[in-house]
Design a binder for this molecule. Sequence first.
Ligand code: ZN
Ligand code: ZN
Length: 320
Amino acid sequence: MAAEARACSETLRTKTTLGTLSFLSKDLLSMEYKTKDALGRDHALCLRLPPTYPDTDPLSMGPDTRLRAFVALPVAFDPLETSAPRRAHGEANGLPSAGAGAGAGGLAGIFRRFQDTVASLDPFWTATAALDEDTWVLEPEPEAGSAKRVGFDYRRILVDRHVSMILTFNDPTETELGPSNPRVTFLGPRARVEAMEERVAAFWANREQRDPLGSSVVAYLEEMLGQVLPRRPRQDGTQGEEETHQLVPMCGICYDSGLRTGKTIPNVTCENPKCTQVYHDRCLLEWLQSDQTSRQVFSKIFGACPYCSDPIVCKLLGNC
Ligand SMILES: [Zn+2]
Ligand SMILES: [Zn+2]
């Protein structure tokens, strides 16, 4: 069996069309398989085979002895899901050849399905990489040691000092830009949010053709909003510290924007258009609870904005 696995690993290393087996444990049961997307970035599939392999076909195992797969993808990936006919039990002996067709079972089939899944997401990878590169992404945080956020199907990006938007790719395999790809949700003072929502609706109402999703996503968003989106300042300091502070919404109570400390980003905004100060719900809740004039009604607490004294509402948090 060891020889077979090694042979398979060798074949996989040489077959560039199949990606690379980048790790194989001593017991030959744990492995990491890597394939590249259209941008040349690696995507890894980690597999753990049950100890009974290869006496049992990994495609016909029960839940207790299932092989386990770990991936960071914005879509579900089930290594055992296949529309191809399964091999007869008698043939399930040893590893199939790495050059087998797309319908093949066994490890090569799993690798190929993973590769197909990664490839099917190329428009999504390109669009999200453009967002990560050319806008100011507030959430999610990039993976440690890289600028990648591969497992996530959304981006929350900064629009200006008071407004951010969440872009959700509900179906990351969708290849065209449209009113719901990505779905846009604005966060900020109600009046500004409503105005932007109207603008977006008008933009799509007047647009006949559907353009492909890709690196032009940022230009699209800017055209849709009629404004240039701010970029995250470079580490080399081409954008000054002061400018950064003016742009990033800081909690009016703890003065933290959540960007450097990894804390959450302020998520409650004062509705007074002259104020529009933002707060963390936790900070605001604590503040309002300590204020004698605040009133609690059901799960909400009504009080005054610490900045402008206009009415402000905060939901009580789950653990309060
Ligand atoms: Zn705060
Ligand atoms: Zn206020």
